[in-house]
Design a protein around this ligand. Structure first.
Ligand SMILES: Cc1cc2nc3c(=O)[nH]c(=O)nc-3n(C[C@H](O)[C@H](O)[C@H](O)COP(=O)(O)OP(=O)(O)OC[C@H]3O[C@@H](n4cnc5c(N)ncnc54)[C@H](O)[C@@H]3O)c2cc1C
Length: 371
C-alpha cells in the first residue's frame, strides 16, 4: 500500500501552505484559527480558489473535488493558522446538512452564498441549562401562520456576533418526549428581537456569545428537514463536527514554532517529541478514515477524543519547553488557557466516552442489579 500523496495532492498542499503563510503574516495568533480567526476577506479568497464547498456536487454549485483534496487543503490551512473561522461552520457542517436534509429551494437559497464566501454562520444548540444533553433544551418555537416565533436563550454560540445566520435547534413540540420534539430553523441574526452578547473567555477573546431570542419571527420555509425530527439530524451533523482535521491541528503551528527550542539532548524530551509525532500520525489516520467514510458509525467520538487530548498534550509540551514564559504571556500562555476547551466543545470527552461505551462497545447503560 502506498501512503504517499500523489503529485497533484502535494502541489495542492504546497499551495495551501503558501496561502496560510501569507494570511498569518499580519495576524498575532495562529492557533485555533478555525474558531477565532475571523476574516470576511479570507473567506472570499477561499471561495476564489474553489476551496469552499469543495466536495459538494457540481449540480448544487459545489466543486465536486475529492474528500482527500479537501483534507489536504484544510490540514495545511488550519495547521498553518489561516483565519478561516468566518466560513468554517458553513463549510464543515451547515452546507452538508442542507445537502442531506434541505429542500431544493433551501439549497438554492443558502448554498451559493456559502460557496461564494459571502455568508457567515453560527450554531445555536447549547443553552445555559442544556449543553451535553441537547434533548433538554427549552428555547421554544411556536407556529404562527406562515412563521415560527422563537423565544429563549442560547449560550456559547461561536461567532454569532460576526455571523449572518444561526442554525438553531428549538423545541417545537413541548408535549412530545424530550428527544422527539425538536426542530432545526435557519434564523437571520439581523431579525428584530435578537440580542447578541459576546462573552469574553479567559484568553480575552470574545468569539462565543449569549444570544437571546425574544419573539423572533422565522419564516416557516426556514425549517430544515423533518419537523420534530432534529435529534437524528443533529447526530448526523455531529459526525462532521467531531471527525474532522480541525480537531487535530488547532495548535500545530505552535508546536512547529516551539519544538525547535526543545532540548533534544534530553532523552525524555526526545521521547515526548517522538510520542507527539507518532500521535499526530495516528490522529491523522483516524481523521482520514472519517473523511473517506471508512469509520464505523459513531466512531467520530473516538476520533475527537484522541485528537483533542493530543492537542492538549501538544500545548503541555510547548509550555515545558518555554518554561516560566508560559505563565506570563504570548502564544503558549494563550493556548495553555484555551486548551481545556478542546475537550469540551463539540461534546465533552466524558460524553464521548459514554458514547464509546454504549454505542460502539455495546456496554450496558445501567449497572446490573446485584444477584
Ligand atoms: C470554545 C467553545 C465553543 C463552543 N461553541 C459552541 C457553539 O458554537 N454552539 C453551541 O451550541 N455550543 C457551543 N459550545 C458549547 C459546548 O457544546 C458545550 O459547552 C458542551 O456541549 C458541554 O455543555 P455544558 O458546557 O453545558 O456542560 P455540562 O453539560 O453542564 O457538563 C458539565 C460537566 O459534566 C459532565 N457531564 C454532563 N453530563 C454527563 C454524563 N451524562 N456523563 C458523564 N459526564 C457528564 C460533562 O462532561 C462536563 O464535564 C462551545 C463550547 C466551547 C468551550
Amino acid at each position: 500500500m502506498d501512503f504517499d500523496w500523489s503529485p497533484e495532492l502535494l502541489e495542492l498542499q504546497r499551495e495551501a501552505r503558501q496561502v496560510a503563510a501569507a494570511a498569518v503574516a499580519t495576524l498575532p495568533v495562529k492557533e485555533d484559527s478555525w474558531l477565532i480567526g475571523t476574516s470576511r476577506e479570507f473567506s472570499l479568497e477561499l471561495a476564489a480558489r474553489g476551496w469552499l464547498g469543495m466536495t459538494w456536487p457540481e449540480s448544487e454549485g459545489g466543486h465536486g473535488r475529492s474528500p482527500l483534496e479537501r483534507f489536504v487543503v484544510f490540514e495545511a490551512l488550519i495547521g498553518g493558522g489561516a483565519p478561516l473561522a468566518t466560513s468554517w461552520f458553513a463549510d464543515r457542517q451547515i452546507g452538508p446538512t442542507f445537502l442531506a436534509f434541505g429542500t431544493p429551494e433551501q439549497r438554492r437559497r443558502f448554498l451559493p452564498d456559502i460557496i461564494a464566501g459571502t455568508s457567515a454562520w453560527s450554531i445555536g444548540m447549547s443553552e445555559p441549562d442544556a449543553g451535553s444533553d441537547v434533548a433538554s433544551i427549552s428555547t421554544r418555537a411556536v407556529r404562527d401562520g406562515s412563521d415560527w416565533i422563537v423565544d429563549g436563550a442560547k449560550i456559547w454560540t461561536s461567532g454569532a456576533v460576526d455571523a449572518d445566520w444561526c442554525y438553531l435547534i428549538a423545541r417545537t413540540d413541548p408535549g412530545a418526549p424530550a428527544h422527539a420534539g425538536l426542530s432545526e430553523l435557519v434564523v437571520d441574526l439581523h431579525s428584530p428581537g435578537i440580542t447578541i452578547n459576546p462573552i469574553e473567555d479567559m484568553t480575552g477573546n470574545r468569539h462565543f456569545c449569549e444570544v437571546v431570542y425574544d419573539g423572533v419571527r422565522v419564516p416557516a420555509t426556514n425549517l430544515v428537514g423533518e419537523e420534530n425530527g432534529s435529534f437524528r439530524q443533529v447526530m448526523r451533523q455531529m459526525e462532521h463536527e467531531r471527525g474532522g482535521i480541525d480537531r487535530l491541528v488547532s495548535n500545530r503551528a505552535l508546536f512547529d514554532d516551539v519544538a525547535p527550542r526543545a532540548d533534544g539532548r534530553d532523552p525524555l524530551v526526545r521521547q515526548e517529541l517522538a510520542a507527539i509525532e507518532t500521535s499526530y500520525r495516528i490522529g491523522r489516520h483516524l481523521v482520514l478514515r472519517e473523511v473517506l467514510g471508512q469509520a464505523p458509525k459513531g466512531f467520530s467520538a473516538v476520533t475527537k477524543t484522541f485528537c483533542t487530548e493530543f492537542e492538549q498534550r501538544v500545548v503541555d509540551f510547548c509550555a515545558r519547553v518555554v518554561g516560566p514564559e508560559a505563565t506570563i504571556s504570548g502564544r503558549v500562555a494563550r493556548n495553555l488557557c484555551y486548551a481545556p476547551a478542546y475537550t469540551i466543545m463539540g461534546g465533552t470527552t466524558s460524553i464521548l466516552r459514554n458514547i464509546m461505551g454504549e454505542r460502539i462497545l455495546g456496554l450496558p447503560r445501567e449497572p446490573r442489579p446485584a444477584s
